[in-house]
Design a protein around this ligand. Structure first.
Ligand code: NI
Length: 248
């Protein structure tokens, strides 16, 4: 059930049976020549809504304006600071908790969200005591999803504008011609991947100079809508199982 398509009376009735809500979090940032600006938000939202239907869990509107400072030299990227985002997440948690929600599941599609959401969540859990539990998972955390990413793309999954995220939006939203992404991107070293995990990238101008078409080690053009459907199914299954065992 979608929160934005429910009435307050329906939410009040829901709360008599179920104290869990899903909150998808993504980003609004460049995803290379053939990736949509909304990729991270659209991936998290698609999977969260399907898992919400499957488990009968309420799904809140997607938080799509989040920190992506390294991508602001690419037009269309909208970034807010990690501090602003953390404050917003804290206030959202406190608002939902005040209405009786006791389990909030942040379902993530963007690496740079993990630290601010994690900090806001631990602070809220400490101050609320045992009446509030918060869980944070990204759609690629589930083993079956990771196996698919490895099997389909190997090292070409890379770090940004990944073929797996492009495949998901191809299956659900829009297919763009690959253009310059037909050519494979520069291969990343193992050191680079370790040093920049969780979207720890450099300043915007340097980032655009280093990765001129926006792909970071990812061969986006390997994506197909068929892969996207399989990735969505694996992620929805993993998420629904995790949600059911957590919220019991
Ligand atoms: Ni992404």
């Amino acid at each position: 059930m979608r929160l934005d398509l429910a009435s307050w009376l329906e939410v009040e009735t829901y709360l008599e049976q179920n104290r869990t809500i899903i909150l998808p979090v993504g980003s609004t940032e460049q995803h290379g020549p053939m990736g949509l600006i909304g990729t991270d938000a659209l991936c998290a939202q698609t999977i969260a809504r399907l898992a919400g239907e499957r488990t009968g869990t309420l799904v809140a509107p997607t938080l799509a304006l989040t920190p992506a400072p390294f991508n602001t030299a690419f037009p269309g990227t909208i970034s807010v600071s990690a501090a602003t985002f953390k404050t917003m997440v804290s206030e959202i948690i406190s608002c939902l908790h005040g209405q009786g929600f006791e389990r909030i599941y942040f379902f993530n599609g963007h690496g740079a969200n993990l630290v601010p959401v994690g900090q806001a969540a631990s602070e809220a859990e400490v101050s609320a005591g045992d009446r509030l539990e918060i869980r944070i998972r990204s759609w690629w955390d589930f083993e079956a999803v990771n196996k698919l990413r490895r099997d389909l793309y190997g090292d070409w999954e890379g770090m940004h504008a990944t073929p797996s995220e492009v495949a998901i939006t191809q299956a659900t939203h829009r297919i763009l011609p690959p253009g310059s992404a037909t050519e494979p991107p520069r291969k990343l070293s193992a050191d680079y991947i370790r040093a920049h995990a969780g979207d720890r990238h450099g300043p915007p101008d340097e980032h655009r100079r280093t990765f001129p078409d926006g792909r970071v080690g990812s061969h986006s053009a390997l994506a197909t809508p068929k892969h996207g459907k399989a990735l969505i199914e694996a992620a929805v299954t993993g998420f629904a199982e995790d949600l059911n065992s957590w919220a019991r």
